[in-house]
Design a protein around this ligand. Structure first.
Ligand SMILES: Cc1ncc(COP(=O)(O)O)c(C=O)c1O
Length: 469
């Protein structure tokens, strides 16, 4: 044995390893002895060297293998800088609301309800049935399963007065969640470079989708009763916009619900400007002390493009929504959908339809209302008692969130960070403003896990606020 021949084997095996997949088995010692014309002792020495470098591992009686963990080396993607050029639209970080909570933290930051608020038994049974049915092995039509289209149409029709012509199943396009419906609607009906009026504050995902679609956002301030119709009319006139995105029922984040008279005035403004109202009815199933009243129920002339999501009320895992649009607008949205996702998984559609057509669905929704009421009131009482510096602007009649205003000058990133350090996740309100925030706000979601910890969470928020003021 000598060092030279051991180094020769190490060099040869390094070449071999660099071309081998992780987990590949090295040739047997006998084969290496023959290949390198070295003694078994020299081969063993070379293998020990490679093992010490963490490149291989020997499993006694089995063999020697390339290790799955490779030594890190810096990768060079700099060529992409030239290939990609500057981004066309603003790139944003993923929303803080989508962060997973660390175990043990009290999560008031997220937007999706805890599983105890979901119809779990109905979901599991529906998935089993869908898995056994034809849809498990067939392609769904581009616009969705006809039965689910009918269900979405009939839900809206049920809210319509006698004089308004209800939508048909054909007016419905099934979506893989309403987020992608927002993207499609903005791309198809507003188009890149054109203005879109949008409530402020509003859902961060809508501003994100609009930015990616290259749409120019024009914020219109909105209060507990929705936007002021005169301000909205002026914004249409000044910008020439032909669309307004809004959440008339239980808006995310404020919980605002437009009174019926206000909704009618706003629809009149939209009609007078030959425009679309893109109505996001994300919280239709989350009424607490009122019922949702879709503005779309007052329209049969195709002015309202209506998005209804089942993602949060059925299951975040059965991500299904519907958009109801009439006339050429529907064809434009459908063309965008078929280009971007072709069709929605039939299993998800069939399972979602199964859940919402079971007799247990109505019972579930009635129970959910009571649970949301108790959770909302507990969080309101806890904040008022332990964190009075967080002023709850209005108690929502539905939805999943409280919107609380803080004194101007409170350092929001620091508040969020220090609350997190103390075990409470809250969402900075800044994400919900399409432009500069008009004040200092936080959004507190009352549908997360462990509502029993709300008083403790409020105590922590109150203590951090006291420190910061
Ligand atoms: C107002 C609003 N619209 C749309 C969505 C997206 O819904 P989906 O999960 O169906 O894509 C959300 C989700 O948080 C939302 O809050």
């Amino acid at each position: 044995m000598n060092d030279d021949s051991s180094s020769r084997i190490v060099a040869g095996l390094l070449d071999w390893i660099s071309a081998a997949p992780a987990g590949a088995r090295l040739p047997a010692t006998r084969a290496l002895v023959a290949e390198y014309e070295a003694s078994p002792v020299t081969v063993q020495k070379a293998l020990r060297t490679l093992s010490a470098r963490g490149l291989i591992e020997t499993r006694p009686g089995v063999g020697t293998f390339v290790r799955a963990v490779r030594t890190a080396r810096p990768l060079d993607y700099s060529w992409q800088t030239v290939a990609l050029r500057s981004p066309q639209h603003r790139l944003t970080e993923p929303s803080a609301t989508m962060r997973s909570a660390t175990p043990g933290a009290i999560a008031l930051h997220a937007g999706y309800p805890d599983r105890e608020l979901l119809p779990e038994r109905l979901i599991r049974a529906a998935l089993t049935r869908a898995g056994r049915s034809e849809v498990a092995v067939t392609r769904s039509p581009v616009a969705g399963l006809p039965e689910l289209q009918s269900w979405f149409a009939s839900e809206l029709a049920a809210a319509m007065p006698v004089g308004v012509t209800p939508p048909t199943a054909n007016d419905v396009i099934v979506l893989p969640g309403s987020q992608s419906g927002l993207s499609s609607t903005f791309r198809a009906l507003v188009t890149a470079g054109q203005p879109l009026l949008i409530e402020s504050p509003t859902y961060w995902g809508a501003t994100l989708a609009a930015a990616q679609a290259g749409v120019q956002l024009v914020p219109v301030s909105s209060g507990p009763h929705g936007p002021d119709p005169d301000t909205l009319a002026r914004a249409f006139e000044e910008t020439g916009a032909r669309a307004f995105y809004a959440q008339p029922n239980y808006a995310n984040p404020t919980g605002a619900q437009w009174p019926k008279a206000r909704a009618k005035e706003i629809l009149d403004v939209v009609r007078a400007h030959g425009a679309f109202l893109i109505e996001d009815d994300w919280a239709h199933d989350f009424g607490i002390t009122s019922d949702p009243t879709p503005v779309a129920a007052q329209d049969d002339a195709g002015h309202v493009v209506y998005l209804r999501s089942l993602t949060k009320s059925v299951s975040p895992s059965l991500r299904v929504a519907g958009v109801i649009a009439r006339g050429p607008a529907r064809e434009r949205i459908l063309a965008d959908r078929s280009a971007s996702s072709m069709y929605v998984s039939g299993i998800l559609q069939a399972a979602a339809l199964d859940v919402v057509t079971q007799p247990g669905w109505g019972t579930h929704l009635r129970g959910l209302r009571q649970q949301l009421l108790a959770r909302r009131d507990l969080l309101v009482d806890s904040i008022r008692k332990h964190a009075p510096a967080a002023h709850i602007t209005a108690i929502p009649h539905g939805g999943l969130n409280l919107w609380a205003q803080l004194a101007d000058g409170v350092d929001l990133p620091r508040l969020v960070r220090e609350c997190e350090d103390a075990g409470v996740l809250i969402a900075s309100g800044s994400e919900w403003f399409p432009a500069e925030p008009s004040g200092t706000f936080v959004r507190l979601n009352y549908s997360g896990p462990n509502p029993g910890a709300f008083p403790e969470a409020a105590r922590i928020i109150g203590q951090v606020l006291e420190r910061l003021e």
